[in-house]
Every structure is written in C-alpha cells, then in structure tokens.
Design a binder for this molecule. Structure first.
Ligand code: UGA
Length: 444
C-alpha cells in the first residue's frame, strides 16, 4: 500500500520505518529539512534501538523516503497518518495542538479526491471534529475525506517492537464499514492476522483510550511511589513491597517500579492535558485524583534533593555531586521532563557542583543545561565526588564495581534513585547506600 506519515519525530519516524517493514510504500513528511536529510540517509535524528537499521534497510530498498513537501505527500497516497507532536501548551496544562492543525491545514487544499486521514498523535478527546472543520474549510474534496483515529501505545526504547508487535490495535471510525476501516485493516493485516486483539470503536473512544491508558500507567507508578513515602515513614522496604504486591495478577509487577518517578514527553503532559480537557467538559471531579498522581511524582524529585542535602551534612553549597543518568529512562537519549536532569538542575541551583554522565543523552542535555558539567565515562565523572546519585537505571551502571570506585571518590556515599543497584554489594564495598523508600541500613 502507498501511505504517508506526517511528522517524523519519535512516533512518526518509527511508524514510517515500521510500515515499510510491513511491506508498504511509505513517504515520511516533516518540515524540518535537517531531519528529512538524516532520515533519507538512513539515520534517525534521535536514538531508538533498531531504528537506524530499519531506516537504512528501507531507504535502500526504496520502500521508504522522506520529504519536506506537503504537495508531494498529498500526491503520494490516499492514506495519511498524522504523527506530529502534541506538547503541553506553554501557557497551561492543556495540549498545544498547533502541529496537528497545521498539518491538516497544509494537507487539506492539496487533497483533490477521496482520502483517509488517520490520527496517531495523542490528543484530547473531541479533536476529530475540529480536524473535520479544518478539512471543510480548506479542502476542495472535504466530503470525500474520512478521518479515523488509531492511537499509538509505543514506549520509547521499545518503539519498533511495540509498533510491529503491539499488544492491541485500537481504531476509531465515524461509522460502520467505512473505507477508512478497510484501508487501515489492510495496512495492518500482517499484525492483525498474527492474532493481535483489534478493537474497533467510535472516534471519541479511540481518542480517549490513549489518555486513559497513560493516566492508568502514571497512577500505577505514583501509587507505588506513595507507598515508598509510607515505607520511608515506617522503615519498611518498598522494593520488597512492590514484589509482594506484583504477584497478585490483578495488580501485576509491570509498571510498578518505585523510584524517582515518571518523566518523558508523554506521561507528565498527558495526565495534565487529560485533566485540562476534563475541566473543559465539566468532568473535572472525575480526574481530580490525577492532580495527586502528579503531586506524588513531583514529591519524589524533592525527596531526592532532601536526601542529597542530608547526605551532604545539611548543605549542598560547594558540594561535588555526580549524577549517573540524564535520559528520562534508560535506552533512550530523550531528556524531555527527565527526573534526573530536574534533580541535577535543582542541586546546581542550591549551590552544588554537579557533573552528569549518561551513555546516550549527553549531547541533548548539554544544549539544554549548559550550566551543568557533563562527562561521558561514569567512573571519571565520579572522580573526587562527595555524593553519587543513580537516577536513570542504565544496565551498565549495575555492572560497575563499587569497590575500586570507593577509592576514587571523596566520600563513598550513593543514593539509588531507581532501586536497581545491589545494596549489599555497595555496602560491602564500603559505601553508605541510601535509596528512596528503602531502609537506611541492612535487615539484621
Ligand atoms: C509511555 C507509555 O508507556 C506508552 O504506552 C505510551 O505510548 C507513551 O508513553 C506515549 O504516550 O507515547 P514512555 O514515555 O516511552 O511510554 O515510557 P515508559 O516506559 O512508560 O516510562 C515513563 C516514565 O515512567 C519513565 O520516566 C520511567 O522511568 C518511569 N517509570 C516507568 C517508573 O518510574 N516506574 C515504572 O514502573 C515504569
């Protein structure tokens, strides 16, 4: 099938490459010329496992091209996926839908015959009617254009896997047995035929599924982090608590990892955007709990700063602090709303000399936080430090031998913000080991 993907960020570039992998003839469109050049050269403008390989394979095979031209995109296919960003608005909690509406406005006058527009971006419920209005205003073929919604549930760092082998497909249509449904089913036939649960619903439900899913995931994380607060007050161990809870299959262990909380370009802005939309709809009470979910999440970051101050004998001024991790989670170079960098910046503002290390995210972090020091190698970064903070759980940090490291720091003190280091190993190597929600000393 011929199709286009408008917007080639984390979502769009992954979707475009994955659709080429399914055998389609894909044209990706993005107004950023530098990004288009990178993608056409088979290179992702960000780090995502396996994406470079897929881009290289399919730009070479001719099944995948990228352009900055809306005219070319409109002429390429009748099936257009919208995968542009929907960040939090600069003035409040609501979504900024500017990129979605611009994409539709640019595409609309260039569509002269029947076409299907499929939204993948995360949007507030009720966005499709606004898209339809734009089409009516700007497209000569508006009566022949269908809009469908097909939310994306991919996680960064598993983006290709989640696109090609999703745990479900959700499609929302304006009516029954539409052309849009036929095209979308054909597009995903390999995935659907593999037995993937496929939910066909109305447009509002399809839009809402994504908001509800991310709200649930954020709530689960904040739930276990609220338990961490209780553990801190009682001397209990949140890691063991999470394990014990997770064996109940109704609760489940996945997404129940306590620590510094959630960040990234999705969960934080999605719960705020969802609350803002519920307010507009007069349903604010239904989502009032999400305010607390957000507050618990932010308190983890504050707690980390308090704990760091405590470990620095009550003052951060002039203290050397090394942070392992800059990305919002491991295996990505994405630093959007990164808990690690939030803490780094706050510690710097409180007078600490902060050095940050990360295997992938330092280039972007450097540009955004020029006031911090950055060193690639985690051991060199920790040289002479007064306090080490483990804030993004890259697998390689668990491999580092704490024994020789103890001799290279000024004070062998570590706070494990993700609870993935082995406390016994670090304590036996002479370190003072502290973790969020865990006892200060080993169980006797
Ligand atoms: C999230 C959702 O998981 C995807 O399903 C969704 O499609 C995506 O947002 C999106 O809206 O596009 P992502 O932001 O890539 O995906 O990352 P997650 O793996 O969900 O992690 C989010 C944050 O929560 C990270 O900072 C992570 O460290 C934290 N987290 C995650 C925890 O603190 N504990 C956990 O148990 C899980």
């Amino acid at each position: 099938m011929k199709l286009t993907v408008i917007g080639c960020g984390y979502l769009g570039a992954t979707h475009a490459a994955s659709m080429a992998e399914l055998g389609h003839d894909v044209l990706g469109m993005d107004c950023d010329m530098a990004k288009v050049a990178d993608l056409n050269a088979g290179k992702a403008p960000f780090y995502e496992r396996d994406l470079d390989d897929l881009l290289a394979e399919h730009t070479a095979s001719g099944r995948l091209r990228f352009t900055a031209s809306y005219a070319e995109a409109a002429a390429h296919a009748d099936l257009h996926f919208i995968g542009v960003g929907t960040p939090q608005s600069k003035t409040g909690n609501a979504y900024d839908l500017g990129q979605v509406f611009t994409a539709v406005r640019q595409l609309a006058p260039r569509l002269h015959g029947p076409a299907v527009i499929v939204g993948k971006s995360t949007v507030p419920v009720g966005t499709v009617p606004r898209i339809v209005d734009i089409l009516r205003e700007f497209s000569p073929a508006a009566d022949h254009i269908e809009v469908a919604w097909n939310p994306e549930f991919l996680r960064e760092s598993f983006a290709i896997e989640d696109t090609l082998r999703p745990d479900r497909i959700v499609m929302g249509f304006a009516g029954q047995h539409t052309r849009a449904e036929t095209l979308l089913r054909q597009c995903y036939s390999k995935i659907i035929d593999a037995g993937t649960p496929t939910i066909v619903t109305d447009l509002a439900t399809a839009e809402l599924v994504k908001s509800a899913a991310n709200a649930f995931l954020a709530t689960k994380i904040s739930f276990i982090n609220a338990m961490a607060e209780v553990c801190e007050a009682t001397g209990a161990d949140v890691m063991e608590l999470a394990e014990a809870l997770g064996h109940d299959t109704r609760i489940g262990r996945r997404g129940l990892r306590p620590g510094l909380g959630f960040g990234g370009g999705c969960l934080p802005k999605d719960i705020r955007g969802f609350m803002a939309r519920a307010n507009e709809l007069g349903a604010h009470q239904a989502l009032a709990f999400l305010r607390e979910v957000d507050a618990i999440n932010n308190r983890r970051r504050e707690r980390m700063i308090d704990l760091a101050r405590e470990q620095c004998d009550g003052t951060l001024t002039g203290k050397r602090i090394t942070i392992w991790g800059a990305a919002f989670k491991p295996d990505t170079d994405d630093i959007r709303d990164s808990p690690a960098l939030h803490v780094a910046q706050q510690l710097h503002q409180h007078g600490a000399e902060v050095t940050v290390s990360d295997p992938k995210a330092l280039d972007t972090a450097r540009k955004t936080f020029p006031e911090l020091d950055f060193i690639d190698d985690p051991i060199t970064a920790a040289e002479g430090t007064d306090l080490l903070l483990h804030l993004t759980e890259w697998a390689q940090y668990s491999q580092i031998d704490p024994k020789p490291l103890a001799t290279r720091v000024t004070q062998p003190k570590i706070i494990d913000g993700r609870g993935t280091l082995d406390p016994t190993r670090w304590r036996n190597a002479g370190w003072t080991y502290r973790a969020l929600g865990r006892p200060n000393s080993p169980r006797s």
